[in-house]
Design a protein around this ligand. Structure first.
Ligand code: FES
Length: 257
């Protein structure tokens, strides 16, 4: 059973101060605001970044890595790119000391489908696909986008096609999320005039759990256009994605003001 554990003396933390402690093998971020103390997992639920050194504004701490904010009183995720709470813990001050009792459960951490960063963070990964290898697996709703697929192939049209690709957790398309860095049409090498399309795409984090799905859907929707002979998707992590890359439409959709 979890019990209160002394983590500091009350005056060790100044107003607005923070402290990283380890309890039962778990890293816990302890904050002081005015004369109140709070404790949350030192784990950002977006991609596992540490929170203890994040900027504290009122009761909101910002993850230093990509800017997601959490309420230190409850652990609630307040802003993108985090959408799930981090765990909060019970704190009491007694006889001039600060005690923390861990909540039940384990740290939610980032979504479980994560590859080690070493596998996901390569600056660029190229994948080439042809329409023939993909059309059988294209979702029906994608194939129904006849009006787009009958348009003349150009960069703007590819971006419109890519608006069909949505982040599976946020339900916002990759264009409005600001994940598409570049679309390039390569010169046709075949008599039928079909062209290869190269898409430079980023992720909200190097180990984005939705990455494989987003790459696959990107290839599918572009390859479905009849004037496309192949699609190359390059994952580009430099410059890194930041929330300000989102369009106003995406921010509205996510309730970010
Ligand atoms: S790891 Fe915290 S916002 Fe990305």
């Amino acid at each position: 059973m979890n019990e209160f554990v002394k983590v500091a003396t009350a005056d060790e933390l100044s107003d607005g101060g923070h402290l990283l402690v380890e309890i039962a093998g778990e890293l816990i971020a302890v904050f002081r605001v005015s004369n109140d103390y709070y404790a949350i997992d030192d784990v950002c639920t977006h991609d596992g970044g540490p929170l203890v050194d994040g900027e504290l504004n009122g009761h909101a701490v910002a993850c230093p890595r990509h800017g997601a904010k959490f309420d230190i009183r409850t652990g609630a995720a307040l802003s993108m790119p985090a959408i799930r709470s981090t765990r909060s813990h019970v704190v009491k001050v007694q006889d001039g000391s600060v005690f923390v009792k861990l909540s039940d459960g384990t740290s939610s951490g980032p979504t479980s489908f994560m590859k080690p960063a070493s596998e996901c963070c390569a600056p660029q990964v190229s994948v080439v696909v042809t329409p023939e290898t993909l059309l059988e697996s294209v979702p029906t709703e994608v194939l129904e986008s006849e009006s787009l697929n009958s348009g003349k192939l150009c960069e703007d049209l590819v971006r419109e096609l890519l608006k069909q690709v949505k982040d599976p957790e946020l339900f916002v398309n990759v264009v409005d999320l600001g994940l598409i860095y570049a679309v390039t049409l390569l010169p046709s090498e075949t008599p039928d005039g079909k062209q290869k399309v190269s898409v430079d795409m980023t992720m909200t984090s190097p180990a984005c759990p939705a990455g494989p799905q987003l790459i696959g859907d990107t290839k599918r929707v572009v390859a479905a256009h009849p004037q496309v002979s192949g699609v190359e998707v390059r994952i580009v992590m430099d410059p890194p994605w930041t929330p300000d890359r989102m369009t106003e439409a995406a921010k509205d959709q996510l309730g970010i003001f």
